[in-house]
Structures are given as structure tokens and as C-alpha cells.
Design a protein around this ligand. Structure first.
Ligand code: NI
Length: 157
């Protein structure tokens, strides 16, 4: 490693957190015009999802839309793959481990919970390009014997 590269790294480690602390998120108010029907939909959303107010619901919708765009644009994202399976099913765990090793660079952690005598719940935290995470999730969910599988999409920041 050359001195030049090392100097860049030191700059990031020591100065980045300080700049981060100085960022103050400003909240701005603005008016929204909506058709009555759409406002009812928003209010139902607030009620159904237990949002404290309309602002929080709108904030949630904007963030959700950003996450969806990142996934569609194959950007760097994070998420979790949730799998439920019967561990007695022959070859299932071997196959799952083999797939996970093929994509090891995307996997942050794996949590395995024994639900009962038969069933296991596995939560795999992942981070990487959206396309690759989808590919990994598809391969795991498609394994014969997986009772339920789902990819939870989130953003990396
Ligand atoms: Ni188990």
C-alpha cells in the first residue's frame, strides 16, 4: 500500500464522523392539495399502519418509493431473505448452504431459529447490487422443500 492511499483512508476515518455530526436535518412545511377521495385513502393509511400523523405517512411513502427505485435501478441496497423449512427434508440444508457459499460476498449474517421439532426459520441479512440479491433470493426460495420464502427489500443507507 502506498503512502498516498493510506493518507486518504485516514482522512475518511477521522473527518467523516465529525462532518456527519454537523449535519442538521431541517424539517420544512409545505401544503399539499389532494382530491377528497385520495385524502381519505391517505387517512386510512395513517389509521391502518398506526402512523402518528399524515406527515409520517407521506414520509414513509416517499422512502418506500426511493427504495423501490434503487431496487429497479440495480443500485447498492440491503435487505433480508426469510426462509421457513423443515430441516428433515433431505438435501435441503446442503443445497441452501451451497447456494449461500456461491454468493458469500453478499451475505452479512445468517440467523437460524428452530421454530418447533420440524420447522426452522432462517433470516439472511444481505447487502449488494439489487439484481444479485434478487438472484440469490430466487435461488434459495426455489429450493425444493422451502415452505415459505421472501425477500424484504430495504435501502443500504
Ligand atoms: Ni432448525
Amino acid at each position: 500500500m502506498s503512502t498516498k492511499i493510506r493518507r486518504v483512508k485516514l482522512f475518511i476515518y477521522f473527518y467523516y464522523p465529525i462532518t456527519q455530526k454537523n449535519i442538521v436535518m431541517q424539517v420544512k412545511r409545505f401544503g399539499v392539495s389532494l382530491e377528497e377521495e385520495l385524502l381519505d385513502v391517505l387517512d386510512n393509511l395513517v389509521k391502518d399502519h398506526h402512523f402518528p400523523n399524515r406527515s409520517q405517512a407521506i414520509r414513509h411513502l416517499i422512502k418506500k418509493s426511493i427504495v423501490e427505485e434503487k431496487w429497479e435501478g440495480n443500485e447498492e441496497v440491503a435487505g433480508a431473505i426469510v426462509l421457513v423449512y423443515d430441516h428433515h427434508k433431505r438435501g435441503l440444508q446442503t443445497q441452501s448452504t451451497s447456494v449461500q457459499h456461491n454468493y458469500h460476498s453478499l451475505i452479512l449474517s445468517v440467523q437460524h431459529v428452530h421454530l418447533d421439532h420440524h420447522n426452522c426459520l432462517e433470516t439472511i441479512a444481505v447487502k449488494g447490487k439489487a439484481g444479485q440479491l434478487t438472484e440469490l433470493a430466487d435461488k434459495l426460495i426455489a429450493i425444493k422443500g422451502i415452505k415459505h420464502g421472501r425477500l424484504v427489500m430495504s435501502a443500504a443507507e
